[in-house]
Design a protein around this ligand. Structure first.
Ligand code: FAD
Length: 491
């Protein structure tokens, strides 16, 4: 068999792999994507963020297809969490009654969503081969030069490429070939037990598509509407309570639901789905980690292959697709001979780590709220003598020492670039909406939302988006079409 060669070969056809493959193929490069399963296949991670739906997916050209798929519209989140005994709601929109162009996301059956992205990659020119398990990388003198994989008939194959991308997710071990180590979070060590229900209760309109997250003694529940009648329900249980999900999973989930009055109420008339794709009760653990290196010459990690942190803020698909966009820009720049590999991939890694860091730090503060039952918020307010609410004082205290000034400065630049988006966030912050919890008016949360807004604005404005500044000295900026990096040249 002749030696096969591509510009890029991607392992894994989840959101990270199909996004990266499509964005590179759209620049005219030859891309092979190898996926172990035959789609549609099951995956967890159903609650999306607006930056994925309106940012990366718009760049991919699947906005219409997603709209036509009929996925439930997620306007924000509803939480029974922290000091408040009552559920509270935040909305992506300035006004929850008005839907702006980027003020919602979708709750998706991942089998359908991932298939849309994978088929789109094929339409964009990617050679997609399903039923092919990648077994290892091929190393040259100083770089990774290709992949080994198994065909459906069991035959071993080799393929060579300028870049190998590991987008094979959480379970594959391919990431080891990039070097460094996978550091598991000491803080986020929970386990998740999850399944699917028919006929669960819905939140009242206009929030019926929201994710509902409910803290209880052993951890927290997600409750995600996936259709008018089907709901994804998962218990995220603290490591100390891991024994509660040992043994019979059906009994374990029942017992956990019984511990949580709000979820019990929502599932009072529901029945668990016990057949088909959604019939299994599944467990996941050890899912919060980051790799110490995200690339080496010839090889790049994106999505869960590189890092993931706790699902409470639904950041997984966002990080997967955003990292794919960052890596695609680097690859496109190198393949076009615009930049050398080190410069391009240093930019990818810096931006990816910053985005991961913003979520990580934010989540740590969010969990402290839950873990500390004597109201950490009250303590933060007392220590800082802050005139704001207790909850807001806590978030701002943590924010001052967490994600750092680069991200804060970046949000300022985004605000300059996009008066519309900044005004929307500010308006939300000053909103009198009684459902809007004070925390979502804090600077830290505004910053996170503005980070997400960067990708959205790029997609909305396209070539009309104003040029941005580098995020670190000597760093690069995004090309007007969003597909590559450019050296920064001050006007
Ligand atoms: P994946 O989606 O895992 O895709 C990887 C692909 O690679 C798969 O199709 C797999 O078959 C393929 N593959 C694996 N090995 C090989 C191989 N050797 N050769 C070829 N192909 C291979 N995220 C959210 O955004 N919202 C949520 O609500 C959410 N909830 C979550 C709840 C839990 C309990 C957990 C653990 C995660 C959750 N996530 C959530 C995270 C989300 O599941 C992931 O971040 C996301 O799926 C990552 O996408 P990916 O493309 O990197 O990997």
């Amino acid at each position: 068999m002749p030696v096969e060669e591509f510009d890029v070969v991607v392992a894994g056809g989840g959101p990270a792999g199909s996004t990266l493959a499509a964005l590179v193929a759209m620049q005219g490069h030859r891309v092979l994507l190898l996926e172990k399963e035959v789609f549609p296949r099951y995956q967890i991670g159903e609650s999306l963020l607006p930056s994925t739906v309106h940012g990366v997916c718009r760049m991919l050209g699947v906005t219409e297809e997603l709209a036509e798929a009929g996925f439930p519209i997620k306007r924000g989140g509803t939480f029974r969490w922290g000091a408040r005994p009552e559920p509270w709601t935040f909305s992506f929109a300035v006004s929850p009654k008005m839907t702006g162009p980027t003020s919602f996301a979708y709750q998706v059956e991942r089998a359908r969503f991932d298939e849309i992205l994978l088929r789109n990659a094929r339409r964009k020119g990617v050679e997609v081969r399903e039923g092919r398990a990648v077994t290892g990388v091929i190393e040259g003198d100083e770089r990774v030069t290709g992949l080994r994989y198994t065909d459906p008939d069991g035959a071993e194959r080799e393929v060579y490429a300028r870049f190998v991308v590991d987008a094979s997710g959480n379970k594959s071990r391919l990431y080891n070939s990039v070097g460094g180590t996978r550091n598991y979070s000491e803080f986020f060590r929970s386990l998740a037990l999850f399944g699917y229900f028919e006929n669960g209760k819905r939140l009242p309109a206009p929030y019926s598509g929201n994710i509902l997250s409910v803290a209880f003694d052993s951890g927290w529940f997600w409750y995600i509407p996936l259709s008018d009648t089907m709901t994804s329900v998962g218990a995220v249980v603290r490591r100390e309570d891991a024994d509660k999900i040992q043994g019979d999973r059906e009994q374990a989930l029942k017992a956990l639901i019984a511990e949580c009055p709000l979820i019990s109420e929502y599932l009072a008339d529901a029945r668990r789905i016990t057949t088909g794709r959604y019939g299994e009760l599944r467990v996941r653990k050890d899912y919060s980690y980051h790799q110490t290196s995200f690339w080496r010459p010839g090889m790049i990690l994106v999505g869960d292959a590189a890092c993931f942190v706790d699902p409470v803020f639904s950041s997984g698909v966002h990080l997967a697709t955003y990292s794919a966009l960052l890596a695609a820009r680097s690859i496109n720049s190198v393949l076009a001979d615009d930049l050398d590999e080190k410069t391009a991939l240093t930019e990818f890694e810096a931006r990816y780590r910053r985005e991961y860091g913003v979520f990580y730090e934010f989540l740590v503060s969010f969990y402290e709220m839950n873990v500390n039952e004597e109201s950490y918020f009250w303590q933060a307010k007392k220590v800082t003598n802050n005139k704001r609410t207790e909850l807001e004082s806590f978030v701002e205290l943590i924010g001052g020492v967490s994600s750092g000034e680069a991200a804060l400065a970046a949000s300022g630049r985004i605000a300059e670039r996009s008066a519309e988006f900044a005004a929307a966030v500010d308006q939300m912050a000053s909103s009198d909406d009684g459902n809007m919890v004070p925390m979502f008016k804090s600077h830290v949360v505004k910053q996170v939302m503005q980070e997400g807004g960067q990708v959205q604005m790029k997609a909305v404005l396209g070539a009309d988006a104003e040029p941005e500044l580098p995020i670190f000295p000597g760093g690069l900026v995004v090309s007007p079409d969003g597909m590559k990096w450019l050296p920064y040249r001050p006007a």
